[in-house]
Structure formats: C-alpha cells, structure tokens
Design a protein around this ligand. Structure first.
Ligand SMILES: C[S@@+](CC[C@H](N)C(=O)[O-])C[C@H]1O[C@@H](n2cnc3c(N)ncnc32)[C@H](O)[C@@H]1O
Length: 742
C-alpha cells in the first residue's frame, strides 16, 4: 500500500498514467484495497457478511461503459435503431485471445430502453474492428449531443425527479452537468415550447464553465447557469411581489465519492472516514437550503456517490428533523421497477480515525462519548481533532423517518458504481424558512477530498469557495431576504458582488431596428416572443449574438441583480450576426444557428422553409461549398430564387442518392453568389453522413482540379461568407456558446 502511505488527502491528483489517463493496467488490482475502508463499512453493516466478498470484488473491477441517448432529439429512435440494426449484429461473436465478449445491451431499468451498457474491456474495444467502429460512432454522436456517456447510477436521480416541461427546477451542485443535461431533456421533450426553468448552479467557477459547455450541446430557453455556494443560494424575485420557489430540486452534493472507486482509483489510497464526517455539515446546509426553496408539493432529490451513512441517511435525517412535519421521504419502490436497490439505513455508526502513519478507526458510540474522547486526548492531538456535529449520529426518531425508502445502489447488484438517492417531498401548504439547524462549528474543509462520478476530484474548500465558510456560520443573517416586492431598480441596489466579472444581461427593445429586420426577413409570426431577446451588454444592443429566453428566465433576469446571482449564462443562442465583406448584399445580417432551428421553426413564415430532397443533402455534405449549378434542376430553381444569406431547408424523408432519411430534417443553409453551404459544423456533418449514407462522405478538399486562377479567386471570395459562417458556427461551439457573451 505504498500509494496510501504517500497519499496526501486533498492534495493528491486523480490517478493518471503518462498519457494523462487513468488506466486499469497501471493500477494493479493488488493495490485496490484499503483496510480502513473495509473495517469501517463492515462495522457499519451496510451489507451482510456473505455479501462482503462479492461487494469488494465488484469494486475492484473496471466499470463498464454506459451511455444514454438524448431523448429530446427528434432522431433519438433513429440512433437507437442504428445501434440495434447496424452495430449489434457485427458485435455478436467477437473473440480476442480465445475469449468471447458480449455485445452491448440495453440497461433494463432505464425507461424506453434508451440507455446502453458496454461490458467489453478497453483493450477489446481498441483491438476488435466491430467494437472500434462502434466506439467511433459513440464518440462522434456524443460530440454532437445525440448521446451522453454517463455512469448508469448517475442517471437515476434525474429520473426520480419526474420533471415535467412546466416545472421550475434547480440543480444545486451541477457541474460538470451530466444530470443537468437529463433535466434539460425532460423540460424540453422534442423542443416543445417549454415554459419551465432550470437553474444549474455550481460553486466552482471553473466547473461552471464546464457546465455551460456541456449544456451548450443541449440548449434551452429556460436555462440559467449560476456560480453560487448552494448552501446560501439567494432567494430570487419574480417581480410583482412573487418569490421564486422550485417544483423540483436536485441536491447532488459534493461527497467523499467512495461509490466511484471503480474509476476514481486514487480513492483506494487515500480513503478515510474523516472525509465523510467533514462533508456532512456542508451537505446538510445544502439540503436545508434546498428545502427552504421548495414549493409545497414539490420534490427534492438528494444524492451522493458515497456509501457512507453519515453523508447520506444522517444528512437526510437531520434535515427532516430540522423541518419537522414539512417533508417526507417518498416511497420510490414503484419507480424504475427493474432497478435493483437496497433500502436506506435507519441505524448507523460514527467513527473517527487516529492521525499518524498507521491510521485506526475509533468508533464513537454517541456524540457525548465522542466529546469526552476528545477531552481525554493529549493536548497536541486535541488541537488536531475536528469538532463534528451531533447530527452525524442517528437521531432518536431515526426509525420513524422512513429512511428505508431511500435507495442504496451497490456495485455487485447490477455491475455499477455505488450511489445513494433519496426522494423527498414537501408536504403541507406553509411556506416558511427553516429554523436554523444546530450545527457545531463547521470543520475546515481544505484537506477533504471530494469526488464526483466523472472521475474528477477537487477539494471541498476549492469547490465551495469563496463564501462557503461565511455562509455556514451566519446562515440566517447572510441569507438574503425575499425580494419579491422589490422593483428591478430596487433589486439592482442589492449588494453587488464586486469580484464578479461577467458582462451584464439586458433585454433588447422589441422595436429595435435589428429585431425588426430579423422579423421581416424570417417572416416571424406575431406569436414570436420578440421581447425575449437577451444580450450581454448594459445597453440592450444587439451586437453579435441574440439569446432567446422564455418568460420565467426573463422575470428572473429582470428582477434580480445579475452579480448577486452570479449569473454566468441565460437562455440559448437565437440569432447570430453574420459579418462579412459582402454584408451589404445580404438582406439580413442575422442567421439562425443550427441548435436553435427547432425552436425557430414554429414561428417562421410558411414560405421560409424550403422542402428539398436527400440528393441535395448528399451534395451539401459531400462538398463544403457546392456550386449551385451542380444541384438537380429542381434544387437549382429554389436556390436561384432565395436571397443571399441564411435560409432554412427541410430535407424530406426518402431513399435516394444511396442514402436513407427516415424523418424530415430541418437545417440552416447559406447562399453565397454561386454556391451553397450547410451551416452545421464538420463533426455534425460527418455524423449525419454516417447516419444517412452509411459512411462519411465529407470531402472538404481545398480548391482543386485545373480551374483557371481567376475563377478560383472569384469563387474563393464569394465563398468567404459561407466559409466564415461555417467557421463561426464551429468556433462558437466552444467559445461563444460557452460564455454566452456578445
Ligand atoms: C458530485 S459533483 C456534481 C456532479 C453533477 N451533479 C453531475 O451530475 O455532473 C459535486 C459538485 O458540487 C460542487 N460543489 C462543491 N461545493 C459546493 C457548494 N457549496 N455549492 C455548490 N456546489 C458545490 C463541486 O464543484 C462539484 O461540481
């Protein structure tokens, strides 16, 4: 256990090989042990004696790859069918070194069979052609947002939230955003015009940008990203004296992460029971804040990727007791019926660990026993000992709280990671702020390792900075008052966070000349919410990007100071300005980016969408700027009629040009003087090509053949606009969309 001895809690980096990747081979199974871990959990009795070996064995094994299909996308079933009909048949009899490997299979408990599991180890995926092809497909479809790689158990909390499109939702600790994506999908099934809201929040500034990037693949008019300490998320106003309360909250709190031992291998070396004890009070504060933000009848899901009852049942029990009679644990046994789960515990133990090289577990039978243990320690040790909260221990009424309804997921039940999920409902009509919970002074968090199921470890202090400690001890004072009755101007006077350096958010005057030109060009119907265009400057000037938000996001942005909310982004890109040398020739300087097409379609004038065929699609995929003269006569006709710039086309289903399209596909195109371009990024084009034509037919060769120089120059100049448009569409993926700035 050399690793363990050298490990410095909180400072050790995730295990990485020379290529920067954690690897099964580089971390031998013999090192996947931790005496303290075994002693602690055996002592806790989280499993019966006979289950201990399969539990540990399972924990030492590589985690299978799991992914789910983005259900809100129109072609979700096309992707699912492709896996079944194109990839599965060729993966039936894969053998390597005399061993047969099973093909991927659908996860039996995931609704609609939209999630898959791949058991074959990485070396098989690397070496077998059918698996390699499948892997390439997975990577490509993941990049364009049609699939999400996500640990199976991590998919459970959002499913149990049962989000509906009208819900106001809060994801309190959201980065890097795998569950956020699931919530967005549930809020926006098939791009319905959802009135719902999701505030996705994380305390770690860097990780909020990961979150923005991740949600960029799943844009939503109802999405807000904030960078707050979840335990002191301020109460937000909706104007007109209304305060924002949530129908659904996910508190997927920072935790010690020992449920992720199968992939966060470094946890084997540094696991200690003090980490869970340390995190308990932050977890409790976050859960209590969640409770205070709920609507009556609303549902709250508390989850961790830890086995530790002090991070799980103890937190839930303390929160329920703080808000007696206002919340109850939902019996989720009827939900996800094929999911194997264990009941939550109603009794557990608390331990501390000794310091020094050979750490030992010391069971603490009660809070009082623990206090006298600390008192009896030699003074030097006492100084080092933390003061834990009494809420770590099971309360006297633990049996009455319904903790058995919580879900414990253990690895050997269905070959997953470990997880804890508890579904809590707010009962009664009274909306009151919770009484302050009696917590001991919060322990310092800087040396506590916090892990998430993505394989990233952070220290809790970094994760919770800057206001984590401040918020904990003075929660009731520092918690801002409900500002429901304040006007926008008044709310702007609320104390600003001067360290917050984001650009302001303002709505554009719907009568602004640019908005009028957009409405004209795209023949936007009356119902189009022209007053919901947001920009990132103080003056409401449409400069480069016009973001679209729904009404509830607008109410929040307008009635709360953006720096107090630490607002990072709101809504989704609706229109992007197309600056080019030829701008003067274009009727409209704005184009619809591909990700907002489905949002825009219901509002476009009837003649603004041009129906065309699979052969035209083939040409637009094959070449980057195909000349108009190369298309069929029918396509040339409409191409010659449309103005220069952005047009929306609908490729109708059919079998032609060696391709198959099973459902209509709506996409933006760009017309230059003599050529056309499909305005989707290259990766998306390649994946679309694979889906429609069975191979990647994109060529994208630069000017070629024996064209005379003048013609080539002219063509290159004309195509500059389309080129720039495409480049922008690609470049903005990472930057513009990530930062939501104009
Ligand atoms: C378990 S991870 C969340 C994983 C995420 N829900 C997902 O599914 O991708 C916990 C997250 O909590 C964040 N965090 C830590 N302390 C926090 C706090 N006080 N408030 C809000 N977020 C916090 C961390 O930065 C980390 O991103």
């Amino acid at each position: 256990m050399s690793r363990k001895k050298n490990a410095k809690p909180g400072r050790s980096k995730p295990f990485r090989n020379r290529n920067g990747q954690g690897s099964w081979n580089d971390f031998p199974v013999s090192e996947r042990t931790n005496k303290l871990f075994e002693e602690y959990y055996k002592g806790q009795g989280i499993l019966s004696e006979e289950e201990w070996t399969p539990f540990l064995e399972s924990l030492k094994n590589d985690l299978p790859t799991t992914f789910r299909i983005t259900e809100s996308r129109a072609h979700a079933s096309v992707i699912n069918d492709m896996i079944k009909t194109r990839f599965l048949p060729e993966m039936q009899n894969v053998e390597l070194d005399g061993k047969k490997f099973d093909p991927p299979f659908q996860i039996p408990w995931f609704p609609g069979s939209m999630a898959w599991q791949v058991d074959a180890p990485k070396r098989v995926i690397r070496k077998s052609e059918p698996f390699k092809r499948f892997q390439r497909f997975l990577v490509g479809e993941t990049e364009v947002g049609n699939l999400s790689r996500q640990e199976a158990v991590s998919m459970i909390p959002p499913l149990l939230m049962e989000v509906k499109p009208h819900h106001a939702c809060l994801d309190m600790c959201a980065a890097p955003g795998s569950k956020t994506a699931q919530i967005i999908e549930a809020l926006n099934p098939h791009h319905t015009n959802s009135p719902g809201l999701l505030i996705a929040n994380d305390a770690d500034h860097k990780r909020t940008f990961m979150l923005v990037h991740q949600t960029g693949r799943m844009p939503s008019k109802g999405l807000i990203v904030t960078n707050l300490d979840a335990s002191i998320i301020p109460t937000m106003s909706l104007g007109n004296g209304e305060t924002l309360r949530f129908d659904r909250i996910l508190a997927d709190v920072p935790c010690s992460g020992d449920g992720t031992l199968r992939k966060n291998l470094e946890i084997w070396g540094k696991w200690g029971c003090n980490d869970g004890n340390s995190l308990h009070s932050l977890q409790l504060r976050i859960l209590l804040r969640a409770m205070s933000l709920m609507k009556p009848g609303g549902r709250l899901v508390y989850s961790t990727c830890s086995f530790n009852p002090v991070e799980n049942e103890a937190v839930v029990a303390a929160a329920l007791n703080t808000n007696k009679g206002q919340f109850s644990i939902v019996d989720a046994s009827g939900l996800l019926p094929n999911l194997k789960r264990r009941p939550g515990l109603s009794s557990w133990k608390v331990a501390t660990q000794t310091s020094g090289a050979e750490k030992q577990i010391v069971w603490q039978d009660s809070f009082e026993a623990y206090e006298s243990y600390v008192k009896d320690l030699p003074e030097s040790d006492r100084e080092k000992t933390r003061s834990w909260s009494s809420t770590l221990w099971p309360p006297a009424n633990a049996e009455e709280l319904g903790l058995e309804h919580a879900l414990r997921l253990v690895p050997h039940d269905q070959d997953t990671g470990g997880f804890f999920v508890c579904v809590i409902e707010k009962i009664g009509a009274a909306e009151t702020e919770p009484a302050n919970v009696e917590l001991s002074v919060p322990p310092p968090l800087d040396d506590v390792v916090v892990a998430d199921e993505t394989g990233t470890s952070t220290s809790a202090k970094r994760a919770g900075s800057p206001s984590i400690e401040e918020g904990s001890s003075k929660r009731s004072k520092s918690e801002p008052e409900a500002s429901g009755s304040k006007s926008q101007a008044q709310s702007k006077r609320q104390k600003r966070d001067i360290g917050f350096r984001e650009e302001p958010f303002s709505y554009v005057d719907p009568d602004h000349a640019e908005i009028k030109s957009i409405a004209n060009y795209f023949a936007l119907k009356e119902e189009f919410p022209k007053d919901n265009f947001l920009v990132r400057n103080e003056y409401g000037d449409p400069v480069r990007v016009l973001y679209l938000t729904n009404d509830i996001v607008k109410r929040i942005v307008q009635n709360n100071d953006f720096s107090r909310m630490r607002l990072i982004s709101a809504g989704m890109r609706g229109f992007v300005r197309q600056d080019s040398a030829q701008r003067a020739e274009f009727y409209c300087k704005w184009r619809i980016p591909s990700e907002s097409i489905l949002e825009a379609v219901p509002y476009l004038g009837d003649d603004k969408i041009i129906d065309t065929d699979v052969a035209t699609l083939r040409m637009l995929i094959e070449e980057q700027y195909p000349p108009i003269v190369k298309f069929s006569e029918a396509s040339q006709k409409w191409m010659n009629e449309i103005p220069l710039g952005n047009t929306i086309v609908r490729f109708m289903p059919g079998d032609e040009a060696e391709g198959h399209l099973s459902m209509p596909l709506i996409m933006p195109v760009w017309k230059a003087n003599t050529s056309m371009a499909l305005l989707i990024d290259k990766k998306e084009k390649s994946m679309l090509s694979l889906r429609t034509f069975g191979e990647d037919i994109c060529t994208f060769a630069p000017l070629k053949d024996n064209k005379d120089e003048d013609a080539a120059d002219e063509e290159a100049a004309e195509e500059g606009a389309a080129d720039q448009a495409v480049e922008e569409a690609e470049g903005e993926e990472g930057e513009e969309r990530a930062v939501n700035k104009s």
